[in-house]
Ligand binder design. Structure first.
Ligand code: NAI
Length: 269
């Protein structure tokens, strides 16, 4: 049986951990050759080793998504290695929580925006020419439920993820206007059990005003389905958008959040 993205070339940023790692593993299992990039030079190669140990295809490249020169090098390397790019999953991101926006330093605001928004802009800017050269593709930008509605303590994060959502729609329309065969969509996870939650309190330059957040505890109360999501459940949505099954899907947002965006529920069972 052929995989859902058989023979395609995929680039996944932030692929060393959590959602990015699950996406890289699933795309590879479904037949893609995956280029995994991350700043984490320890876990990135481990993810790739896990993929190749199962007989699938993957390569690791060190990349800080905020560096424009590195983006040019990474895309040139993808072209040298594979001659094309069919799938971009712009996933690398961080979350910085503060008790009040008045306590957010400009350097934290800029650092989060540099990764979550500038990084996404650069990924699209540098991937599009190669995708256009080789006949089209699918771009998937990792936003968040926090890109659809506000969250106290996460105003800066919400600003970046809301930006990603509309950036995706605008680029989708640009690509459609050029008839370049490129589809662009955003994915909006709710509360997903990944290492990001443990990093949130300490991200703020060691100040860490918040107690560590337990996603499972939070999900029991906030998520209609009553549990946190798994990275694989986000990867399944990314696979759909990456595959030809989604050939008529562009400029849309895929919410995978156990029902949070729909509203709250009073549990009766
Ligand atoms: P994670 O912390 O497990 O993985 C993020 C990866 O991005 C890490 O491997 C990290 O090294 C990498 N990264 C950080 N800065 C980077 C940079 N400058 N350049 C390249 N790579 C960098 O987090 P998770 O949960 O897997 O998050 C992935 C994406 O999903 C993020 O964009 C996040 O905002 C988004 N998201 C996550 C949710 C969750 O509940 N876990 C909910 C909604 C959205």
């Amino acid at each position: 049986m052929t995989g859902q993205v058989e023979g395609k070339i995929a680039l996944v940023t932030g692929g060393a951990s959590g959602i990015g790692a699950a996406v890289a593993e699933l795309l590879a299992r479904e037949g893609a050759s995956v280029v995994v990039t991350d700043i984490d030079e320890l876990r990135g190669p481990e993810v790739v080793a896990g993929i190749t140990a199962h007989g699938h295809r993957a390569t690791f490249l060190h990349q800080d998504v905020t560096s424009e020169p590195r983006w040019a090098e990474v895309i040139a390397k993808v072209e040298r290695l594979h001659g094309r790019l069919d799938i971009l999953v712009s996933n690398a991101g961080i979350g910085i929580a503060v008790p009040s926006i008045t306590e957010m330093s400009l350097s934290d605001w800029r650092r989060q925006t540099a990764i979550n928004l500038d990084g996404v802009f650069l990924s699209v800017k540098h991937s599009l020419p190669l995708m256009r050269k080789t006949g089209g593709g699918s771009i998937i930008l990792m936003s968040s439920l926090a890109g659809l509605r506000g969250a106290a303590g996460l105003a800066g994060y919400c600003a970046t993820k809301g930006g990603v959502r509309l950036f995706a729609k605008a680029v989708a329309l640009e690509c459609a206007s050029f008839s370049d065969g490129i589809r662009v969509n955003s994915v909006h996870p709710g509360i997903i059990e990944t290492p990001i939650w443990g990093k949130i309190p300490t991200e703020a330059e060691g100040r860490g005003q918040n107690a560590p957040i337990d996603p499972e505890e939070r999900a029991k109360v906030a998520v209609p389905l009553g549990r946190a999501g798994q990275a694989e459940e986000i990867a399944a949505g990314v696979l759909y958008l990456a595959s030809d099954a989604a050939r008529y899907v562009t400029g849309t947002e895929l919410v995978i959040d156990g029902g949070m965006y729909a509203g709250g529920v009073v549990r009766r069972g």
